[in-house]
Ligand binder design. Structure first.
Ligand code: FES
Length: 107
């Protein structure tokens, strides 16, 4: 069972039993609205998340993520939710630049 805590969405906890579900897919299957301008294809950075805990439970960065990291568009500790697969617990937060205007974020 994968458990993901979203710190600045009031510590919202989401769960998944799927073997191969991206973090973005887990968010959506738990009715979490998360920005994903390219539709989860690794062609933007709008699904970016900041990983606070459990980075070792996440898949290795994809080729797309490495490309964005080289261009300076993805910092250390940041991952693309559509490119990342979780095998166990992790805690993330939404970066300020990727917050949706209709949601109320917490500290
Ligand atoms: S939704 Fe575009 S890279 Fe993830």
């Amino acid at each position: 069972m994968v458990k993901i805590v979203i710190e600045n969405l009031a510590q919202k906890e989401v769960y998944s039993n799927e073997d191969r579900a991206s973090v973005l897919k887990i968010f959506h299957s738990n009715y979490i609205d998360w920005m994903h301008a390219c539709g989860g294809k690794g062609r933007c950075t709008t699904c970016k998340m900041i990983v606070l805990e459990g980075a070792t439970h996440l898949s290795t960065p994809s080729i797309a993520e490495e490309g964005y990291r080289k261009k300076g568009e993805l910092a250390d500790g940041e991952r693309l939710a559509c490119q990342t697969y979780a095998s166990d617990y992790c805690k993330v937060r939404v970066p300020d630049e990727n917050k949706l205007p209709h949601l109320d974020y917490t500290a």
